[in-house]
Structure formats: C-alpha cells, structure tokens
Write a protein that binds this ligand. Structure first.
Ligand code: ATP
Ligand code: MG
Length: 361
C-alpha cells in the first residue's frame, strides 16, 4: 500500500542562518551545540511514512519538537530542509494558494484547547471547517449535524459551547474536523486538557470512530499510555530527533536505547503485549500440549495469563494453519511483567555445576 503521508529528512531550525545549522546537524552536531549560538533545532532529520487509515502517534516530552513537526505536515511551517509528501504530492513545493486549498479540503487539525467560537451554536461551530471550504449554509449545517451525532452529541446542536463540559467541547472540535471529510487528521495533544476518565472515553471514541471512518491520523501526545492505546505506530521524539518508530509492542519489547527504556518503565505491559512477543520460539524439547487450550500470536497478554493459569504446562501458540509457532511457560509471563527484563534469565543450579536449567511451567 502506498503511503498517504511521508516525511523525508525534515529539519526545522529557528534562529539565524538555519541552512548552516542544518549542515552542522547533518555532520552530527546536536541541539545543545547549536543552542550555544542562539539557534533552536526544533526538528532534526525526521523521516517516516504513514499508510492510509493508520493512527501514527508522535510521543515525546515537552520541547521535543512534536508540534513543530506537526505544523510542517500541513504546511503551516515551512521546513528548513526536507520534504513532506501528501498522497505523493510535495507540499513543500506548493504555492500559498494551493497549500491553503489542500489545508482546507484534505487536512483537519484538532487542537488541545477546543478553540470554539463562544457566540456560535454547537452546530455552527462544527460547521466552521465547511464554511472555510465555501460549502453552502444548508449543506454545511446538515453535515455538521451528522458529524456531531457521530461524536455522541446528538441533541446538543443548538446549545452554546459554554453549556457543554470540557469533554463535550472537545467532541465538538473533533466533529468539526470530521465534518470536512478531510482524510488526514492532525491532532495535537487533543485530549491532554481533559480529566483522566473523560480522556479515556475520548480515546475509546476515537478508536471506535476510526473503525468505520479509517482516517489517516497523526496524534501528538506526551503520554506514553495514550500513545500505546491509540497508535498503530509510534514515533518517540527526543531533543528534536525521532529516536524510535515502531508498534507499541516493538517499543516495549525492543526499546532502541536507554532513553526509550527509561520512558517505558511505568507502562502497563499487560495491556500492550501479545503472545507473539512473549512466546519462546525455540521449540526444542518443550512440553506444550496442543490438544489442550492454546493461544494465537495475537492473544492479548491478560488472556494468555488466564489460559496459563488453567494449564499445568506451557501454553502452545498456534498460527492460523494450526502450526506450533511458540510456547509460553508461565515463568515467561512473570518475567515480561517485570520492568526492563524482556527475557527470563536462565537460573543456574549450583548442584548441576552451573548448567542452565530451563524450567517448564
Ligand atoms: N516559533 C519558534 N521560534 C523559536 N523557537 C521555537 C518556535 N517554535 C518552537 N520553538 C522551539 O522549538 C522546540 C520544540 O518546540 P515544540 O513546540 O515543537 O515542542 P513540543 O514537543 O510540541 O512541546 P510541548 O509538549 O511543550 O507542546 C522548543 O525548544 C521550542 O522552544
Ligand atoms: Mg506542542
């Protein structure tokens, strides 16, 4: 499948002589070295490719460059170097008018703060993106109503924004983005201002909507748990650079460096891991029994624990052709729940002269 959105070696430098700064970054200089001359390297050499229908999450601490990266993706900021390709079209090569056109019709932004107009009704707020597109009033109010219904706001169309809770206001923001039919949604910390429970609700709602709408979404967050819940793929940013791109599971199981490892320490692994990343694929001499209850590679961790608890031996993992592809002894489950330990350490029995003992649960 071809990519909907691609970033190719994107750089954004604020300050004097940005081109020279990019040269220095290409030669290996880091943010700190440039800062000494009063130059900020906000985004350094970012590359990725997002398939249609994917939720791509950009995660990183404050100041790591997330918003700057996002603003280059819709052409609000011009990259200092590199290209952004949207459906193969180079956004960085477009003129102002063409760019405005693409932004009005094909890309929608959902911000952290609801950015609603206080003196317009909920329906008119949701219709705003269509108004910018020049869609006739009756048509845009109709489509806004449909988008509001999708976001669970049927019945609130004629209310004023200040009659709605924060979570509901954020839904209006989402409805505004959905009403335009833009395929690409850019969401910058869209749920970060919400209370934890409402935030979770919004995450669920977005995932549910996504099942049928299949938009291409770039979602920015500094919250790793949110990233892991929402992201088909996640890019972790640090000091302007993307240090790792992968699925939630990739990042948990194979963190690219110590920074990512320290970041993922507090993640609830049991929500993310599946049998495929926990199982032992070295099948020699294992005692799994395929006649009993078995798992598949995408069996969630929690379910795997439940199966394991009902068996006296390791859980067999079978692929769709019922071939044995791995086994999960109970001790592996325990090891994966621990913090940075990804492989169970073999225990050494002193009686057996230091020979490895691989226990079967
Ligand atoms: N217009 C600007 N001029 C100068 N420096 C800027 C500008 N915009 C951003 N920066 C700097 O670029 C760096 C990255 O900022 P950015 O807003 O992209 O980070 P962020 O990851 O979105 O942070 P946050 O989580 O706080 O929103 C920061 O050091 C910031 O101060
Ligand atoms: Mg930001």
């Amino acid at each position: 499948m071809s990519a909907r959105l691609e970033a190719e070696h994107l750089y954004k430098v604020f300050g004097r002589r940005p081109d020279q700064a990019v040269e220095r970054l290409r030669e290996g200089a880091d943010r700190e070295e440039l800062r000494a001359d009063g130059t900020t390297a906000a985004v350094i050499d970012a590359s990725f490719s997002i398939a249609p229908g994917q939720i791509f999450v950009v995660m990183g601490l404050s100041g790591s460059g997330k918003s700057t990266l996002l603003r280059m993706l819709n052409g609000l900021l011009e990259p200092t170097a590199g290209r952004v390709l949207f459906d193969g079209q180079d956004l960085t090569a477009l003129g102002d008018r063409e760019l405005r056109e693409v932004r009005a019709h094909k890309i929608s932004m959902v911000f952290q703060h609801f950015a609603l107009f206080p003196h317009r009704s909920v329906r008119e707020n949701a219709a705003y993106g269509l108004e910018v597109q020049g869609v006739p009033r009756a048509e845009r109010l109709k489509r806004a109503g449909e988008a509001l219904a999708l976001c669970g706001l049927a019945g609130w169309e004629d209310s004023w924004p200040d009659e709605l809770s924060g979570g509901m206001q954020q839904r209006v923001g989402l409805a505004r983005a959905l009403a335009t039919d833009a395929d690409l949604l850019l969401m910058d910390e869209s749920f970060s201002a919400l209370d934890p429970l409402i935030r979770r609700d919004m995450q669920d709602q977005l995932l549910e909507l996504q099942q049928s709408l299949k938009k291409t979404i770039v979602f920015i967050t500094h919250d790793l748990n949110e990233a892991m819940r929402l992201g088909d793929r996640i890019a972790v940013m640090r000091d302007g650079r993307i240090v790792q791109t992968g699925t939630a599971e990739d990042i948990l199981v194979r963190p690219a460096d110590d920074y990512v490892s320290s970041f993922i320490q507090d993640v609830d692994r049991s929500r993310v891991l599946t049998a495929s990343s926990v199982m032992d694929t070295d099948l020699r001499g294992d005692e799994a029994d395929c006649a009993c209850e078995t798992a598949t590679p995408d069996t969630p961790f929690n379910e795997l624990c439940a199966i394991s608890a009902r068996l006296t031996h390791a859980v067999a993992v079978l692929d769709k052709d019922h071939e044995l592809v791995g086994v999960v002894p109970r001790q592996r489950l325990v090891a994966f729940l621990g913090d940075e330990q990804h492989e169970p350490t073999p225990c050494v029995s002193p009686r057996e002269g230091g020979e490895k003992v691989t226990a079967h649960a």
